[in-house]
Write a new protein. Structure first.
Length: 187
């Protein structure tokens, strides 16, 4: 199944620490009784000031800077399109390198899921065909327009693919397409 998630329909919600807001792209509620309310959550936030990150005990986090100059997380730079992984248990201090940034983040329970986040680009007026393992895949657009199965997404939109074994991604524009592929596999 291929679903186009438009940025205009993302659920806006406050950060756990109350210091900002995030746009929740998608969420999988926990299927087992535990202290973890969900198995994973994909979201994007506009970070406008240096501040500490929220604590998410028992979770792991994947994070990337989609727009802006970058962040410094616990004295380690995170530049645009790089991906870092860290524990949600960590006390993480976030400093802006320049002006505000938009990030893309996945919070997941490592006891129930494996996850990957990778940045890709696709040259103007080209396409690629990917073989996919049977897992949940997201394709989040950082820049440009992406076409999958007769649907077109713009920057900050996201495709969600479930139970697809192959996908053809098309860039029909005259600029390079920049996107993230996020993969989630149940353990």
């Amino acid at each position: 199944m291929i679903q186009l998630l438009r940025s205009s329909t993302y659920q806006r919600m406050p950060w756990k620490n109350g210091l900002g807001v995030t746009d929740q792209i998608d969420l999988a509620l926990s299927e087992i009784k535990s202290s973890q309310p969900y198995s994973w959550r994909l979201s994007s936030a506009l970070v406008t000031a240096s501040n500490p990150f929220s604590i998410f005990e028992g979770y792991h986090r994947l994070l990337s800077v989609v727009q802006g100059d970058g962040l410094v997380l616990n004295q380690r730079p995170l530049l645009p399109f790089q991906v870092c992984e860290f524990s949600g248990d960590d006390h993480t201090d976030c400093q802006l390198i320049g002006s505000a940034v938009r990030d893309l983040g996945l919070i997941f329970n490592p006891k129930t899921h494996q996850a990957r986040m990778q940045f890709h680009s696709l040259p103007a007026m080209s396409e690629t065909v990917l073989s996919l393992p049977e897992e949940t895949q997201f394709f989040y657009l950082a820049k440009g327009r992406m076409r999958i199965a007769d649907q077109t997404a713009a920057a900050q939109d996201c495709f969600k693919l479930t139970h697809e074994t192959q996908v053809k991604i098309q860039n029909t524009e005259s600029e390079t397409l920049a996107y993230y592929q996020i993969s989630l596999s149940p353990l």
